[in-house]
Design a protein around this ligand. Structure first.
Ligand code: BGC
Length: 946
């Protein structure tokens, strides 16, 4: 590590010099009852030292570490990113672990103690699968009373529980856990997750009650492609079409164990009753009838009246069609609560932010009055508009029992910014709506937010915020396309496109890991002639090939690109090992498609779009009435085939797969590259397809031997389009990056900052609070374009990756992943004035800031400030400057408030190099300032060339 120049600065300060944070098991803090069939422990060391000397990991069966079962002792080569202890795990056991490190400051830093706890692993369930004897279309209460003798035994109580559709668990009148929509969304044909809860604190000596509310959702009720809404009026027993895509009866399985004994388990002695949740599904909303409320239904004081016994579902007892296994899903919870922003009218409320979630609301209306709230995303031309929801109704109906009450939905969520009070009790006055005392609840998967970006343009900041909100709104257990209309499905293309942005924004690893498991399971069960092909929707609930739309470029490539990106961001080989077969199956599927359509040498390795493709989905250069842009689908397919091979081969290398295997795929990749060139790149280096997306792909994948020619072509195409973006799902994530990475950051900014319709900042200026599916969703006169026009689609928000990677320059490196080594290549532009970016990476916090300013002599200068985490190496590039004109300052990290450390001039100590027009330097951990002249630089379009 000769580029770590700062041994010099390893001063021995008396202040605290370090700490260990973010101790995670498989990417999750203190997980209970998760699947640990593979184990990856990780942590972050922060220190003002220069070097990590050694690490020790210990695992024990008790918190006081008397019973240590694993001890690495101090070793130099333990990775903080991905440590897999070689231990075999027992069921229902809590493992405590901690880490100590030694640094070259001769200090020892110790972590806090953390833990993970196993579920049942392969233990058989003693409980029965039970269902209701009352109704299979109305959500239901289940309950069971039981006794506990003696206080002493109250510790160590766990509930193991799952259900179909969705459940909420209660003990003694309290809801256990903050989670919603358990047991979550999986490919139910193959596996169903159960949850484990530590319920010790809910129990009491004597009489206790366990209660479960079960309703519809995903597996049960109205979900999947629908043409009609469900009947939510309660007028018939039918819900509408289509319903019960996976299962047509409520199912529950539950065991409560205390100190190794099963105390309660689901069986026919449980009782059930109708609940106030009368109807519920994700698209149409919920009907809550207070007349059906049963006060204290899950408390021991309640005396059962007209409850029926549950029935055992014998077919599930004999042969359960799916595997019931420990969870991978991270909790979905109410992550943010806030007050609505304004009341627009006598009947419409603007909550100020487009979200996925619901409201808590106080209702005070006469008995049997039905309050109806409609949820929508659009308010235009002084009208609430929910015409973009497809068949989804998004309503919350509350039927009063005459008492004032506070309610929330249970088994639905809405994609919304506006609430219309379609029917309510009270005067038609704007202020009256206040009496409903609305609390807005944004609901999404509980992942730590790790990325932030802020600059001198309010519009750009808003775009960043909008993309973040679209991630939050579409991270409800599954990476969905949108949270509002009758889809909300795990479209693989969207997930793939946005994955890298998502990894900067949040610690999204466990979220995608569960998704990839479902993706792989579908491949293993693919339709006969589609072996290894990846479904375009994961999990998949349909029955036929047409619905699955497997084998589409950009969508199926989620199989290779997502694991590649997860590894790049986290350094966890776990994900590559788990997914390598899935990656291979997808690659082999594409190879077989190539082979079956190849007719000459020229098209070997070319993936012909013989079957239907999504192409450059929703690109604005498409023909009227079409959804696919003009970029040739075969070109897109072949580019993705090439890129997927690249991801696959590098993943094989990362996990040391057989060299012969690697070589054989390298040959395939080379063949594809050569024949893409043969077919699509002219001898003069031009990409023959004249679209923004094709040129961006050409640059991104380095297809031309003359990238400048491609860059100039792209610039001309952009200029001819008034510098407005017209790319679809394929081009959007890479357009700005391609320009920026190929020496023209200026044009990337020009296109991004263009406020004209249609475009990124246009939507911001109309007041958008999330990312639109289509650039042209709402026109300048406020007219809504025809479908699709979700207002909350994260896919086009993937431009945010450019803000992280290029504007602030923070780039992970696959070769030394998890930000152990990374590039810091910011590209300042005076049009933003300044940019501040922070990413709490897997190795610690990286900060990259720059400000363009005028010095006393009115010369433009740029001041950079970087923070490089402990035990990492940053490869810095300062663009368009001369090494002689760079000033450089440094101070080590400090951890105490009253730190007296000051920046020191280190220009002479750093090995700054002139590399072409730029200055480069490798930095070890610490905080740095560089000050240089600022030169804006746009590559001129060479008119001669055209
Ligand atoms: C979804 C997209 C998805 C697409 C597939 C749409 O309806 O909303 O985001 O990727 O279908 O073409």
């Amino acid at each position: 590590m000769n580029y770590l120049v700062f041994f010099l600065f390893a001063f021995c300060f008396s202040e605290e010099t370090g700490r260990i944070t973010t101790l995670l098991t498989n990417g999750i803090s203190k997980p209970i009852g998760y699947n640990f069939s593979s184990l990856s422990l990780s942590w972050i060391v922060e220190s003002s030292a220069a070097k990590l000397e050694a690490t020790k990991v210990r695992i024990a069966l008790d918190e006081s570490f008397d019973n240590i079962i694993y001890n690495t002792k101090y070793q130099a080569d333990i990775s903080s990113l991905d440590f897999s202890p070689d231990i075999s795990l027992s069921p229902r056991t809590r493992y405590f672990w901690c880490v100590s490190v030694k640094t070259d400051l001769n200090e020892t830093i110790k972590s806090d103690i953390t833990y993970f706890e196993t579920g049942k692993i392969d233990e058989k369930w003693a409980a029965d699968w039970i269902t209701s004897s009352i109704s299979q279309t109305e959500p239901q209460y289940f309950r069971k009373t039981f006794k506990i003798y003696g206080k002493a035994s109250l510790s160590q109580a766990r509930v193991y529980i799952s259900a179909l559709g969705l459940y909420e668990l209660y003990i003694n009148n309290e809801k256990v856990s903050k989670e919603h929509f358990t047991p979550y969304c999986t490919g139910y044909k193959y596996w169903l997750q159960y949850q484990t809860y530590d319920v010790s604190k809910y129990l009491q000596e004597g009489e206790n009650v366990i209660g479960v509310l079960i309703g519809d959702g995903w597996a049960k009720g109205h979900f999947w492609f629908s043409k009609e809404p469900a009947d939510m009026t309660m007028e018939s027993n039918e819900l509408g079409f289509p319903v019960n895509i996976t299962i047509d009866q409520y199912l529950l399985i539950c065991e409560l164990r205390m100190n190794d004994q099963i105390l309660v388990m689901s069986d026919k002695s449980w009782t059930c009753h109708l609940s106030p949740v009368r109807r519920s599904n994700f698209y149409d909303g919920e009907v809550y009838d207070c007349n059906y409320e049963i006060p204290n239904w899950s408390s021991p004081q309640y005396v059962e009246n007209d409850w029926e016994n549950a029935v055992v579902v014998y077919e599930y007892q004999q042969e359960c069609p799916f595997t019931l296994s420990e969870r991978l899903s991270v909790p979905v919870i109410v992550k943010k609560r806030f007050e609505p922003k304004r009341i627009i009218d006598t009947d419409v409320v603007d909550i100020g932010q487009n979200i996925a979630g619901w409201v808590e609301i106080t209702i005070d209306a006469p008995k049997n009055f039905e309050t109806i709230l409609e949820f929508g995303e659009i308010y235009t031309k002084a009208e609430f508009d929910n015409s973009n929801l497809g068949s989804a109704q998004q309503e919350f109906r509350i039927i009063s029992n005459g008492n004032k009450t506070r309610v929330r939905p249970h088994f639905t969520y809405f994609g919304f910014q506006y609430i219309r009070f379609k029917q309510f009790y009270g005067p038609q006055e704007p202020n009256f709506i206040k009496s409903f005392d609305i609390t807005v609840c944004a609901i999404y998967s509980d992942l730590e937010e790790t990325g932030s970006f802020e600059c001198g343009s309010e519009d750009v900041n808003k775009y960043f915020s909008n993309a973040f909100w679209s991630q939050r709104s579409n991270f409800v257990d599954v990476p969905t396309d949108c949270p509002q209309r009758d889809e909300r499905l795990g479209w693989t293309g969207d997930a793939q496109i946005f994955c890298s942005t998502a990894m900067y924004n949040m610690r999204s690893y466990p979220f995608y890991r569960k998704y990839l498991k479902d993706l792989y399971l579908l491949q293993l069960n693919s339709f006969a002639n589609l072996s290894g092909a990846v479904s375009s929707i994961v999990p998949f609930f349909g029955e036929n090939e047409e619905e699955q739309m497997a084998g589409r470029a950009g969508w199926g490539d989620a199989a290779t690109i997502i694991p590649f990106k997860l590894y790049e961001h986290t350094g966890r080989k776990q994900i590559l090992r788990e997914q390598i077969q899935s990656m291979k199956m997808w690659i082999d599927y594409v190879q077989s498609e190539m082979a079956s359509t190849s007719t000459s040498k020229m098209d070997e390795g070319i993936w012909k779009a013989a079957k239907e493709q999504f192409g450059d989905w929703l690109a604005l250069d498409r023909r009227p009435k079409e959804k696919t842009g003009r970029t040739d689908a075969t070109f897109i397919c072949s580019c993705y085939a090439y890129y997927s091979l690249y991801c696959f081969i590098n993943s094989l290398k990362a996990i040391n797969e057989d060299e012969q295997v690697i070589k054989s795929y390298e040959e395939k990749m080379e063949l594809t590259l050569q024949n893409i060139r043969q077919n699509y790149v002219t001898p003069s280096g031009r990409i023959v397809i004249q679209t923004q997306t094709a040129q961006a792909l050409g640059l991104y994948l380095n297809l031309s031997h003359k990238p400048t020619v491609v860059l100039l072509t792209l610039k001309k195409i952009l200029r001819d389009n008034d510098n407005k973006i017209d790319t679809g799902f394929i081009g959007t994530p890479i357009l700005h990056r391609s320009l920026a990475d190929n020496g023209d950051p200026h044009t990337a900014y020009t296109v991004f900052l263009n406020p004209k319709y249609p475009g990124c900042l246009y939507q911001v200026q109309t007041g958008a609070t999330s990312i639109w599916e289509s650039w042209d969703a709402i026109s300048e006169n406020g007219a809504i374009k025809s479908s699709p026009n979700s207002m909350n689609h994260y896919a086009p928000g993937s431009i945010v990756e450019w803000l992280y990677r290029n504007v602030c320059g923070i780039q992970p490196l696959f070769s030394n992943p998890g930000f152990k080594e990374f590039n810091l290549w910011p590209q300042p532009d005076i049009r933003l004035r300044y940019a501040n970016c922070t990413v709490n990476t897997s190795m610690g916090t990286i900060k990259s800031r720059w400000t363009v300013y005028y010095n006393e002599a009115f010369a433009k200068r740029v001041k950079y400030e970087f923070s490089v985490p402990f035990n990492t190496v940053a490869h810095v590039k300062l663009i368009n400057t001369n090494v002689k004109k760079v000033d450089a300052f440094y101070k080590p990290h400090s951890f105490s408030q009253e730190s007296s450390r000051k920046f020191q001039d280190v220009k002479k100590l750093l090995k700054l190099r002139q590399t072409g027009d730029d200055v480069t330097v490798n930095l070890g951990s610490g905080v740095y300032i560089f000050d240089t002249p600022y030169h804006d630089h746009e590559i001129p379009i060479n008119i001669q060339f055209f």
